[in-house]
Every structure is written in structure tokens, then in C-alpha cells.
Design a protein around this ligand. Structure first.
Ligand SMILES: [Zn+2]
Length: 613
């Protein structure tokens, strides 16, 4: 919050607009969006803590004071934002301070992107607190946009998608069809730029913003990774609420292109820094991996929507991979330092930072972590899906019966998950428990990554201590029965340590192996290994054991093994190897003890030690 309000001029820009004294805008034209994303994260935190108090957990007095302070501060920001809105609904500090004559003239200037984040914040803050002020600002902004753009009005092909998914959220909150129609129209505007004779027709720029062909004709993932993720998330939402299946068919193909050929083992995407996005198939360099934190956050959004549309567990498998590895890595264990890019190897010259000039990532990971509760369960009229394994209490209404569910687990450190169901009265529903692909022999859907060892330990499910009858459907174990108070389901997932290989097409990973336990990808870091990570070999016969360990104050399971490490003689003419104890740690915990050497993919043999491609 201090970065937004005190250390950077983001809130001050809103104050300047309201003062009308001709002051200069400070910062970048998309900085307003960071304020809105921070407000969204605050809203989720307030809701989580409110839920926790209702459940009777935690120090409610202390928490209450802290919440009240945070909410008061958020309210003061909202007052400033509202005061900066123009009478016609326009809200953008950059153009208002720099010259309103330029507004809505350049589709690459993020005016609608900022507006989308305003809407997301307004909806989240209203949901959490019941306060309408920011939502009303967002509605006025959306009506302003709607008055200018749409069928029979002006065209608009945004340079940075985001508004589409936000408008669907606004539709769900207000139930006004016009916002859903506007989102649908924005998506259908894409891919016709060349035909419509726009001046911004440079092929690269057009591919960059996924504007080469209409979304329904898209088959390949292209361009800027975050733009792509936000667009497909919006398209999935429109497919769901407007019943337009054309998007879904296209997205299934594009999704396969991502996970089969263009995704890191961490679930990170967008390997290239030059376009913050996708390059060519299988081009997945490790040290140079871009893998923006926001892109992994976007993978979580999109995969949740794909799961919701299809009921397929494989989308949650990818969501989980991106969440626990590529996205979580973006946030330091202390919560106050960040990665913008998330490489899979480092020679020690890469580090976390307190903030960035372009500060999209910190607020994005903050709002994701604060909203994690939204990803655990899904429901329909007669079914409950358990998607993620997170210790939690919730109540799910099934018709007229409330079903309380308590999940106990220390996943991902252990594979044991206990679910106690407490329906108000006996009720029949189908409980779908996700059995992750990684627990069924698949390191990733589509086979871009595969286990080196074929054997897979079985998972087990019991109900009230007896083996459960279930069917395996779409990646879920389905238990369809009558449930009564206190029924107890126990899932045990195999947590053996797996060695993973990449497809031979991935040049950067040839001759290399990575370590995975449960959903977590591991790395070796210098801090645990005499300051070195690039001299460690991982032979096929090497054995590891899981060991409880602590990194800063984070309790983790580390992997320990005895491995050959390579030392070059002082004259540089010979090498020797010696067996040493080596520790591998969860990838998301690296670079919390200073900048250091790190590798995810370890060479099998001396001849596989090489500098990254
Ligand atoms: Zn970012």
C-alpha cells in the first residue's frame, strides 16, 4: 500500500486531477491500473479476514483493528479516485492531466485496460464490503465507454486486452446485458485490423496483441503472454455467459499449443523478453526465460475458466502448476520483494526487487494470493468439485441445503487430504475430487514433460475409513452418494520424488533432468550447496529423500541426495568429480537468501554441462 500511496506518485495523480491546478502527471500512462489492482487485492483480503472471523478463528480483535485501518485507507483512495472522474464518466489521470484532446485516439495507450482494472476493483470491493462508491465509478466509466464504442459506433481494438473479462464481471454483478454484449463485441473486433484499413498494421504489432486473425480462427499462441491470457479468459467468460461455443473450440486448440509446445515445467509462459511473450515452438531457454509473473497469474485465470466450461481436470492441473511454481515464485517469502521475470536458471546476477517502474506484477500476485479461496471448489446443482487442496472451511448451498465442508491438509508438503462434510440434513450429491495428472503418471498434459521412471504409486480414497467406490471421470474421482453430517473423505496422493525429462525438441533441456514432488518443481540453489548450482550432476541412479527444512521462516520439504559435483582444477586443464550431499528446494523459494546460482534442469553427465542456449 505504501508503494502505491507514498513511495510512488500513483495516488497523487488522482489528487492532481481533482485539484484542477494544471499540475503534471507523474509516472507511466498505465499506472492507474496498479492502484485498482491493489484495491482489488485489499478487497479479497478484507473478505478473507471477515470469513475467518465468522468462523471464529484467529485473533479477531487484532484482525479487526488491522482490517478497519486497511479499509479506511482504501476508502480514502476511493474518494480520491471518484473525485478524479469527469462528469461524462471518463477516468484516466494520464490523459486528464496531459490533454483530454488526445483521449481515445490511440488504442495502444491502455485507457480501456485501466478501465478494466477499475471495474474489477469496483466489483471486488463491493462484494467484500457492500460499499458501492467504487462500483458506481466503474459503472459510470463503463457507460461512458459504451456510449462511444460498439456496433454502429466507433471501432476499438484494444492494444492490451483486459476490459473484456472485466465487463463480464460487471455483467454478473449488475445483470445488465449491455456489458456482456460489449465484451462480446470487443472480442469479435479483433482480427479484422488489416481488412478495416487501420494504420497500425505492422505484422509484429498485430501478432503482439493477438490481432492477426479473429479469435475463433486462432490456432496458435502468439504475441504478448499477459495480453493473450487476459483475452482468452475474457473469451471463456463470454463463451459461458453468452453461449458462444466458437471461442471454446478455438481456445482448446490454442491451449494445446501452449501446454504441448510453449510452457515451462514451472507453468510459466512467454519465454522471450523482446515481446514479453511467445517465440517459436519449444524455444524455452532457462536462464533467459522471461516468464513474467503476470503471465502465470493469467494462466491461473484462463485455466480456471477452461475448467469451468468443460469440467476437465487437466486445466486445473495446469493451473496448479502455474500457481505453485511460476506465479508463487514472483512473490518473496517475506511478501515484500518481487520478480517480474521468473527464470529457471541463474548464475547469481538476478535478484528480487521491492518495486518496478512498470509495476504490474506485484499487485497481480497480491490479488491472486488474496483470492485463492475462489479456486478451491466449484459447484453445480447436483455436484461439488474439489479442485485445489487447501486447508479451509466453506459452506456451499446445494438447493435449499447448506453443505459445510472442512478441508484439512498440509498439501503440497503431504499428499493427505481430509474432507469432512457437514450438510444441514442428509443430501445426495456427486463429489468430484481432482486426482492430479502428476499423481496418475502425467508430468504435464500433452507430454511436453514426462516422468523418467514409469512406475506410479497408487492414490487411495476412503469414505469413513473404508475404500470408497468411485469412477474416474475427466481427471476427477467421482463419489455419488448420500452424504450425512460428519462423513469423512480421505485422499492420499503419492508424494514420491519424480525425475522429469522434457521432450527432446526442447534444446535447452537436452541431457537434463528436473525434480518434482507433488505439484512442486524443485531447484538447486547455491545457498544450500556451497555457493554453487551449475556444477551438480544428476545421474539416473541418484536417489533423493524428502526432508523437512526451513527457508527463512517458511516450512518446506526439501530433497536431499548424494550427487557428483564437478570441480575444475586451478590451472583450468582438468576436472574432477566428488560425491557431495546436495539439497534441492521448491523452486518458488529460491532467491530469498540473496542473489545466488540456481538451476531447475540439472545435467545428467559432465558432457551435458553447458551454458544456456
Ligand atoms: Zn507483470
Amino acid at each position: 500500500m505504501d508503494q502505491t500511496e507514498i513511495k510512488t506518485p500513483r495516488i497523487r495523480n488522482f489528487e492532481k486531477v481533482a485539484r484542477h491546478k494544471g499540475e503534471q502527471h507523474e509516472g507511466i500512462f498505465y499506472d492507474d491500473s496498479d492502484v485498482f489492482k491493489a484495491l482489488e487485492a485489499i478487497a479479497y483480503s478484507l473478505r478473507n479476514r471477515g470469513d475467518a472471523r465468522e468462523g471464529g478463528r484467529g485473533d479477531s480483535k487484532q484482525g479487526g483493528r488491522w482490517d478497519a485501518q486497511m479499509e479506511a485507507r482504501a476508502d480514502s483512495w476511493i474518494d480520491k479516485i471518484a473525485a478524479a472522474q469527469l462528469p461524462d464518466g471518463y477516468l484516466n489521470t494520464y490523459f486528464t492531466l496531459r490533454g483530454l484532446d488526445k483521449r481515445w485516439t490511440d488504442m495502444s495507450m491502455h485507457e480501456d485496460y485501466n478501465g478494466g482494472h477499475l471495474i474489477e476493483a469496483g466489483v471486488a470491493y463491493y462484494d467484500a464490503t457492500g460499499k458501492r462508491k467504487l462500483l458506481d465509478v466503474a459503472i459510470r466509466w463503463a457507460n461512458h465507454f459504451d456510449s462511444l464504442f460498439g456496433p454502429g459506433k466507433r471501432d476499438w481494438v484494444t492494444g492490451h486486452q483486459e476490459l473484456e473479462l472485466a465487463l463480464v464481471k460487471l455483467y454478473r454483478t449488475t445483470r445488465q446485458d449491455k456489458y456482456l454484449k460489449l465484451a462480446h463485441w470487443l472480442l469479435d473486433e479483433r482480427g479484422h485490423r488489416l481488412a478495416k484499413g487501420y494504420t497500425w498494421t505492422d505484422w509484429k504489432d498485430t501478432a503482439y496483441a493477438q490481432d492477426l486473425v479473429p479469435i475463433k480462427d486462432q490456432k496458435r499462441i502468439t504475441g504478448h503472454a499477459v495480453r493473450a491470457m487476459y483475452m482468452y479468459t475474457g473469451a471463456a467468460d463470454v463463451a459461458k455467459y453468452a453461449g458462444d461455443s466458437g471461442y471454446l473450440d478455438a481456445m482448446k486448440t490454442v491451449w494445446s499449443d501452449v501446454v504441448d509446445r510453449n510452457m515451462y515445467i514451472t507453468g510459466g509462459i512467454g519465454s522471450s523478453g523482446s515481446n514479453e511473450g511467445f517465440s517459436t515452438d519449444y524455444d524455452l531457454p532457462n536462464e533467459q526465460a522471461y516468464c513474467e509473473t503476470c503471465a502465470s497469474v493469467g494462466m491461473v485465470f484462463w485455466n480456471q475458466r477452461m475448467n469451468s466450461l468443460t469440467g476437465e481436470g487437466q486445466y486445473i492441473d495446469v493451473l496448479e502448476k502455474s500457481l505453485y511454481n511460476g506465479a508463487l515464485d514472483g512473490l518473496s517469502l517475506t511478501g515484500d520483494h518481487f520478480f517480474y521475470g521468473n527464470p529457471l536458471a541463474s548464475t547469481g546476477n538476478y535478484g528480487r526487487r521491492e518495486w518496478f517502474g512498470t509495476a504490474c506484477c506485484p499487485a497481480n500476485i497480491a490479488r491472486l494470493v488474496a483470492s485463492l479461496g475462489n479456486y478451491i471448489y466449484a459447484k453445480s446443482a447436483s455436484d461439488i468439485w474439489v479442485n485445489l487442496f487447501v486447508g479451509s472451511n466453506t459452506t456451499i448451498p446445494m438447493g435449499s441445503t447448506d453443505v459445510a465442508l472442512q478441508m484439512k491438509t498440509d498439501y503440497p508438503w503431504s499428499g493427505r487430504v481430509t474432507l469432512v462434510t457437514q450438510p444441514e440434513r442428509k443430501i445426495r450429491y456427486a463429489l468430484h475430487i481432482r486426482i492430479p495428472g502428476w499423481a496418475r503418471g502425467f508430468a504435464s498434459p500433452g507430454g511436453l514433460y514426462q516422468y523418467a521412471d514409469a512406475d506410479v504409486q497408487p492414490f487411495t480414497i476412503t469414505v469413513n475409513g473404508r475404500p470408497a467406490g468411485y469412477t474416474l471421470e475427466k481427471g476427477y474421482a467421482v463419489i455419488d452418494r448420500s452424504w450425512k453430517r460428519g462423513d469423512r473423505v480421505e485422499l492420499n496422493l503419492p508424494m514420491d520424488i519424480k525425475r522429469v525429462e522434457a521432450s527432446a525438441q526442447v534444446k535447452a533441456d537436452r541431457g537434463r533432468v528436473a525434480l518434482q514432488r507433488g505439484p512442486l518443481i524443485y531447484c538447486v540453489e547455491g545457498a544450500d550447496n556451497s555457493g554453487q548450482a551449475w556444477n551438480i550432476l544428476l545421474p539416473d541412479a541418484a536417489a533423493f529423500s524428502p526432508v523437512r527444512d526451513t527457508i527463512l521462516s517458511e516450512q518446506v520439504v526439501a530433497l536431499k541426495g548424494t550427487l557428483p559435483t564437478v570441480t575444475v582444477s586451478s590451472d583450468g586443464y582438468s576436472v574432477r568429480t566428488e560425491q557431495r550431499s546436495v539439497t534441492a528446494i521448491p523452486y518458488y523459494t529460491w532467491c530469498n537468501r540473496g542473489n545466488d546460482e540456481m538451476q531447475v534442469w540439472l545435467p545428467r553427465k559432465i558432457t551435458d554441462i553447458k551454458i544456456d542456449y
